[in-house]
Design a protein around this ligand. Structure first.
Ligand code: TXA
Ligand code: MG
Length: 342
């Protein structure tokens, strides 16, 4: 068991990373668990601490896009365009792997995902570390990602060296991952930067929906593993009728997460009736209404964690609308519910 130190200095966090330590730090998407990507020894400790399967590659974080050569062998035209448009920000581009990156970081693949976070504290950590930093989300493998430092401590205390105490992550969902190695860029994981935004920069960019399951898993190894699942069972509903049915048949303590967006017809269906009904039901121990899809995305993982802290047996979640960041939120919701394995 390690002693995990709580830090309030990004410079100290960066210094610790320089000496091969495991340090969690905030980013605008979710908290990351950082380690020197050039040290195979340090990287091995990270896989152990997270309980992460070794066939799932890590994203390498850099202080600026200009430092891409610290991690990649080659910059491709599409990655260059995406980085110019969206870096620093919630985007990961996959490129041919450079030699200095420990091969375990990339799970033996010949490619590497690189990301330049926007969060000021993260950038300061990376500036001081002055080397490529591999950083998966700072949670135990399979559990919901962490958007607060307290959640990181809850999951990883005693397993990592330090946690930098920052703000709540602004976006709340992991970065968009796009494979930029081929002629046509391929969106591997949805995030705050949407397929439409990517296509506005490189029009040929495509999603994975037309690939066979086998191709998807090969291109995006993260899809092979269960993700984002709380201990409570997650069930999704689209409208008030479905919520009522779920509530009528619920067994045990219930947590309900919903989004109320007045001008969106689909979401408007969940109205004040449901609210009053919920407060009358003794089985409902936690209920949260988010005021926008963005707020729903930001609060999503913390809501799941809160449900577990209160020992909810089931979590009923309103399915997010499939626009903007709602596309990425839906993806995480389906995975949390275990209804999407790829
Ligand atoms: O927002 C984020 O990306 C956060 C913060 C900390 O930056 N990090 C994060 O890391 O979500 P992680 O390890 O939880 O997810 C990394 C995802 C996985 O789905 C993995 O399969 C994919 O990125 N990935 C990483 N390198 C890849 C590569 N070379 N080729 C294909 N997919 C890759
Ligand atoms: Mg993760």
């Amino acid at each position: 068991m390690l002693t995990t130190t709580l830090l309030d200095s990004a410079a100290t966090a960066g210094e610790l990373l320089r000496t091969g330590k495991l340090v969690a730090f905030p980013t605008e998407t979710v908290y990351g668990l950082g380690v020197d990507a050039t040290s195979s020894q340090a990287v091995a400790r990270l896989f152990e601490a997270k309980g992460r399967p070794s066939d799932n590659p890590l994203i390498v974080h850099l202080h600026s896009a200009a430092a891409w050569h610290q991690a990649a062998r080659e910059m491709t035209p599409s990655a260059d365009q995406f980085l110019q448009a969206f870096a620093p920000g919630p985007l990961t581009v996959v490129l041919p792997r450079g030699n200095s990156i420990a091969s375990d970081v990339c799970a033996g693949l010949d490619t590497v995902g690189i990301r330049i976070p926007k969060c000021q504290l993260a950038r300061e950590v990376l500036r001081v570390a002055d080397r490529p930093i591999a950083a998966p989300s700072a949670n135990r493998s399979g559990t919901p990602s962490c958007t607060t430092w307290q959640a990181v401590v809850e999951d990883l205390d005693g397993r990592i060296d330090a946690v930098l105490m920052g703000q709540v992550s602004a976006v709340g969902l992991e970065s968009t991952v796009v494979d930029c190695c081929g002629e046509v860029p391929v969106l591997l994981r949805t995030g705050a930067i949407t397929l439409e935004q990517l296509q506005s920069v490189v029009p040929s960019t495509r999603g994975l929906q037309h690939d066979s399951d086998e191709d998807r898993r090969r291109k995006s190894p993260g899809l092979n593993h269960p993700h984002y699942q709380p201990r409570a069972q997650v069930q999704l509903f689209a409208n008030e009728d479905q919520l009522q049915q779920l509530l009528d048949h619920a067994d045990g303590a219930v947590a309900v997460g919903r989004v109320v967006v007045g001008k969106d017809a689909e979401l408007h269906a969940i109205g004040p009736n449901a609210t009053s009904d919920l407060s009358r039901r003794s089985s409902v121990i936690l209920s949260q209404e988010f005021s926008s899809v963005e707020a729903y995305a930001q609060g999503f993982y913390e809501f799941l964690r809160q449900a577990d802290r209160r020992s909810a047996a089931v979590v009923f979640l309103q399915l997010a609308p499939a626009t903007g960041i709602g596309v990425a939120l839906r993806d995480r919701q389906l995975r949390a519910a275990g209804t999407k394995n790829h």
